[in-house]
Design a protein around this ligand. Structure first.
Ligand code: GAR
Length: 201
């Protein structure tokens, strides 16, 4: 399966995916990495592993629709069958959502539906939760609201700061995102309303 990864920043989740493919855990191929930020470190990570890395400049397009049409052209050129959002900081519009319905996944650093949106780890920490975590979900037109595939808990420790907590959540992100992608690639996910059924292998 050809995977496209959309990024905006450091790309540690992209790296986890690359590593999972290189060590044979994930039988798939990343055919392109697309960023909306020119100097995103994620683009360098991709190049280092011989993966096509493309910056699509949002400033060049007068609307989200035109921007996404360009992204779509890049996706088609690289025969992408599945899109992974990995720290991609733009909200998807109809163009991509319709073209890749039920074929877009996202990783979010909180136990959804709690703490959607930006700085989720900090939101959770400041709320005083005792258990935080991360979620992989299908992307739909709602903000971080699509059907949930996998979640993992992270206990909040007495001496945590929002940063130490975010680091431990990130370690779990790097595990569950490849796990969820593996389930997708193996065709073991069925969306049933709000629920995602995981079929046995
Ligand atoms: C990750 O923590 C990811 O969960 C979060 O951005 C970070 C990207 O890190 N995503 C969101 O907050 C999306 N709402 P990375 O670039 O090192 O993978």
């Amino acid at each position: 399966m050809n995977i496209a990864v959309l990024v905006s920043g450091r790309g540690s989740n992209l790296q986890a995916m690359i590593d999972s493919i290189e060590n044979g855990y994930l039988k798939a191929r990343i055919s392109v990495v697309i960023s909306d930020i020119e100097n995103a470190y994620a683009l360098l990570r991709a190049k280092k592993h011989g993966i096509e890395a493309v910056f699509v400049d949002p400033e060049k397009y007068s609307s989200k629709e035109f921007y996404e049409k360009q992204v779509l052209a890049v996706l088609k050129k690289h025969n992408a069958e599945l899109i992974l959002l990995a720290g991609y900081m733009k909200i998807l519009g109809k163009t991509l959502l319709l073209a890749y319905k039920d074929r877009i996944l996202n990783i979010h650093p909180a136990l959804l539906p709690a703490f959607s949106g930006l700085h989720a780890q900090k939101q959770a920490f400041e709320h005083g939760v005792k258990v935080a975590g991360c979620t992989v979900h299908f992307v739909d037109e709602t903000l971080d609201g699509g059907a949930i595939i996998l979640q993992r808990c992270v206990e909040v420790k007495e001496d945590d700061t929002d940063e130490t907590l975010a680091d431990r959540i990130l370690e779990q992100e790097h595990k569950i995102y490849p796990e969820a992608v593996k389930l997708f690639v193996e065709n073991r996910l069925r969306i049933e309303g709000r629920k995602v059924k995981i079929l046995r292998s």
